[in-house]
Design a protein around this ligand. Structure first.
Ligand code: SF4
Ligand code: SF4
Length: 138
């Protein structure tokens, strides 16, 4: 199985080889989809981890015990659904297919499992409804 998640590394550990340890010690495949890392500051990764459920759970515990903040994409990327006018601008910008509009309700739908935190929806939305907290620790 695969799980997509955002990892935020506090400043003190951003230089340590944690993803390497995930692969070598925990036998989990790590696919890095996006990275924002600056030496001495918070580092952030969007990763897809692949392994069986037990290995993934141990890998997550290993990350947390090393001070890494582990968040599902849905907690970091969201939009204000109540104010959405379903204009479709963000759907055109979202090349990963995470945002869709279609039958039967013709309302915007967000699939966090397809989101790659590219932030293109931020500028595409005329209502400025998107919130993306990729590089923040909260
Ligand atoms: S951040 Fe990128 S991939 Fe995610 S919903 Fe917005 S446009 Fe789509
Ligand atoms: S661009 Fe904004 S208003 Fe338009 S469908 Fe997307 S979220 Fe809704």
């Amino acid at each position: 199985m695969t799980q997509k998640m955002i990892l935020n590394f506090p400043a003190g550990i951003s230089g340590t080889p944690i993803t390497y340890e995930l692969i070598r010690v925990h036998d989990v495949k790590v696919n890095i989809l996006k990275a924002e890392i600056q030496p001495g500051q918070i580092g952030s990764l969007l990763v897809e981890l692949e392994g069986d459920q037990e290995k993934l759970e141990k890998a997550k515990q290993f990350l947390i015990s090393n001070g890494v903040r582990v968040s599902p994409v849905s907690s970091k990327v969201s939009y204000d659904e109540k104010r959405c006018i379903n204009c479709g601008n963000c759907v055109s910008a979202c090349f990963s297919g995470a945002l869709t509009i279609g039958a039967p309700d013709w309302k915007l739908h967000f699939n966090p499992e397809k989101c790659i935190a590219c932030k293109l929806c931020l500028t595409a939305c005329p209502q400025k409804l998107f919130r993306i907290e990729f590089s923040t620790i909260n």
